[in-house]
Design a protein around this ligand. Structure first.
Ligand code: NAG
Ligand code: NAG
Ligand code: NAG
Length: 320
């Protein structure tokens, strides 16, 4: 279905200058028609905002430079329909129902400078998704409440990128290695995400710490976990994480020391106890030996032992 306009495209392109020359039509935009419920003007702007569209519009003018699809219910950007628009500079898909952007979605949009994917239901961004967008200057991808994963290389090839906004998503980690290397990047929005303030995010926190001026709403760019870090600013965490994550002694070393300490403590306690037991037993043994000697003495010399003497005196008091 979407392929349908393709065969007619080439003849149309050849036909348009001819028709223009003969004065039959005024503009190629009008000649290519305008989608249902959209408004097309002679500045090559196609405006389809808030039209309850549930699918990407068909029959878009081939020369479209600005396409505004915001506030609709579009669930999918079809690669074939979109990549036909090779002159597209501005694409606003905000506030739709997009759940997925595939790696082929933007395959041919080499002039695209502005892309807005905010207020959708995206969940993850793959590595090559934005790769072909060599002219992309501004990417807005905010308010996707389930967006929790962005591939480390997602923006690696967007050398022209100046503004990136991924605020108010569900991001916990972001590998910023390729972002830091982008030469033109001057504004980044990260606020409103539940950032994880642990060693795996050390680079991100350090970046915010060192280049805080680049970050919009830096004060609201805070940790979501772990619990004891909640609400702390990422920029503030940068230095702390650097010292925490690069100690010469790792956590295993500490665990080892604690274990050794415990073993020494336990060994001391056990040996002290054993020694006590041995002492008590020895004392009892000595006492018994003494008593046995006493009894033997008594039997030998009819000399009453201390116990016998006590018994006798007790009997005496009772009879008195
Ligand atoms: C999204 O679009 C709907 C209409 O489709 C509108 O009622 C709503 O206010 C829009 N939301 C935002 C955040 O623009
Ligand atoms: C955000 O991510 C967490 C896991 O990191 C998940 O439990 C939660 O359901 C996500 N929120 C939304 C709105 O998808
Ligand atoms: C970030 O991604 C790069 C590849 O782009 C990888 O080499 C690096 O190890 C990653 N860093 C972290 C902290 O995962």
């Amino acid at each position: 279905m979407r392929l349908a306009p393709q065969p007619s495209a080439q003849p149309l392109r050849l036909l348009v200058p001819l028709l223009l020359a003969t004065g039959v039509i005024a503009s190629p935009v009008i000649s290519a028609g305008c989608p249902d419920r959209c408004v097309c003007d002679d500045q090559l702007v196609v405006q389809c905002a808030g039209q309850h569209l549930s699918a990407f519009p068909a029959d878009l003018p081939l020369a479209t430079r600005q396409l505004i699809l915001s506030n609709n219910l579009i669930a999918e950007l079809p690669p074939l329909g979109l990549n036909y628009l090779s002159d597209l500079v501005y694409l606003d898909c905000s506030n739709n129902s997009l759940t997925e952007i595939s790696e082929s979605t933007f395959g041919n949009l080499r002039k695209l400078a502005y892309l807005d994917l905010s207020f959708n239901t995206l969940a993850r961004i793959e590595g090559r998704t934005f790769g072909p967008l060599a002219s992309l200057v501004m990417l807005r991808m905010t308010d996707n409440p389930g967006l929790s994963e962005i591939h480390p290389d997602a923006f690696a090839e967007n050398e022209a990128l100046q503004v990136l906004d991924v605020s108010r998503n569900n991001l916990t980690v972001l590998n910023v290695t390729s972002l830091i290397a982008l030469p033109a990047l001057r504004s980044v929005g990260l606020s409103g995400n539940p950032w994880l303030c642990e060693c795996e995010n050390e680079d991100l926190c350090l970046w915010v710490h060192l280049e805080g001026f680049k970050f919009q709403d830096e004060g609201q760019t805070v940790c979501g976990s772990p619990l004891d870090m909640q609400g702390r600013r990422l920029g503030e965490m940068g230095v702390q994480l650097r010292t925490l994550c690069h100690q010469t002694l790792g956590s295993w070393d500490y665990l080892f020391f604690v274990a050794i300490g415990f073993v020494i403590f336990a060994a001391g306690t056990v040996s002290a106890w054993l020694m006590g037991v041995v002492m008590v037993l020895y004392e009892r043994y000595i006492k018994k030996k003494d008593e046995q000697l006493d009894v033997e003495d008594e039997e030998d010399g009819n000399e009453p032992g201390p116990q016998a003497r006590a018994d006798r005196s007790l009997k005496g008091t009772i009879t008195v």
